[in-house]
Design a protein around this ligand. Structure first.
Ligand SMILES: [Zn+2]
Ligand SMILES: [Zn+2]
Length: 272
């Protein structure tokens, strides 16, 4: 599959930026506890920017990690340094090396014993068992799904999402890598990540994917919500912290397939 360079048209993605990658990983706990300012730096990126940076982790892991996944992998740091040198990256960046080591260690753990990894992975029940942490997470999200802003209730269930996939970062302290999403947003993210841009996510790339002219798939919904933070109505600054956000086909673009440019996000006040 050829790689496709997308002009996404809404915000420049700093894909390839090691500095941004580092900021993102540190903010979500790759080096253990992070300060509030580091967390905020990481959360300044949109959800989609984060998801576009995540695959960089696989480029930074030294290749012998993949060649001999069951081999005792003891020489982690020298392999990382050699790998960075090979790519003309800064092999003296101690923080970067620590981050990659954390990712390698956790990834290898998960790959070696998937059942154990699944048992250890935290879920909503674990978060709820820690009332203080639960309150902290819900307060920073204003009690709403952090992507679409729906208020949680007896019919809208809370699900725990690992912002950076569990396989890479695990469960760092202080809920640094957690956000609470509704089922629909979490489902869309899971599908999106598992395929890392499956045809349905963008719908037009491969030409033949054109299976639906009317509806909005869960993946398209996720892509739109994760890249556009606010209501499309001019002058309205509502976002998911304040209102529930809805997706609809853009007015005047009723024709055409369901792709990102044909949908818009409206807050609950401006839906009609
Ligand atoms: Zn949601
Ligand atoms: Zn609005």
């Amino acid at each position: 599959m050829p790689s496709v360079e997308l002009d996404l048209g809404f915000e420049a993605l700093s894909v390839g930026s090691l500095e941004t990658f580092k900021e993102l990983m540190i903010g979500h706990g790759a080096l253990g506890s992070a300060g509030e300012d580091q967390w905020i730096a990481a959360t300044g990126l949109s959800e989609l920017q984060k998801m576009h940076l995540v695959p960089l982790a696989f480029g930074l892991m030294p290749p012998n990690l993949f060649q001999i996944p069951n081999h005792p992998f003891r020489q982690v740091k020298p392999s990382i340094v050699a790998h960075l040198q090979f790519h003309n990256a800064d092999a003296t960046d101690v923080e970067l090396i620590e981050i990659i080591k954390h990712i390698c260690d956790h990834y290898v753990d998960c790959v070696r014993d998937p059942a154990r990894a699944a048992r250890r992975k935290s879920g909503m029940r674990d978060l709820k068992a820690n009332r203080q942490l639960y309150d902290k997470v819900m307060t920073r999200q204003h009690g709403r799904c952090s992507l679409c802003g729906v208020l949680f209730s007896s019919i809208v269930h809370e699900t725990l999402d690992h912002v950076i996939p569990y396989k890479l970062l695990g469960d760092p302290p202080d809920a640094l890598n957690w956000q609470v999403l509704c089922n629909e947003c979490n489902g869309g993210k899971a599908h999106y990540i598992s395929a890392l841009q499956s045809p349905e996510a963008w719908n037009w790339i491969y030409g033949q994917v054109n299976r639906d002219t009317g509806s909005i798939s869960q993946e398209l919904r996720y892509v739109a919500l994760s890249s556009r933070a606010k209501c499309a109505r001019v002058g309205c600054d509502n976002n998911a912290k304040l209102k529930q956000m809805h997706i609809r086909r853009s007015a005047g673009l009723a024709a055409g397939i369901g792709i990102l440019w044909n949908v818009e996000i409206m807050c609950e006040d401006h839906l009609i």
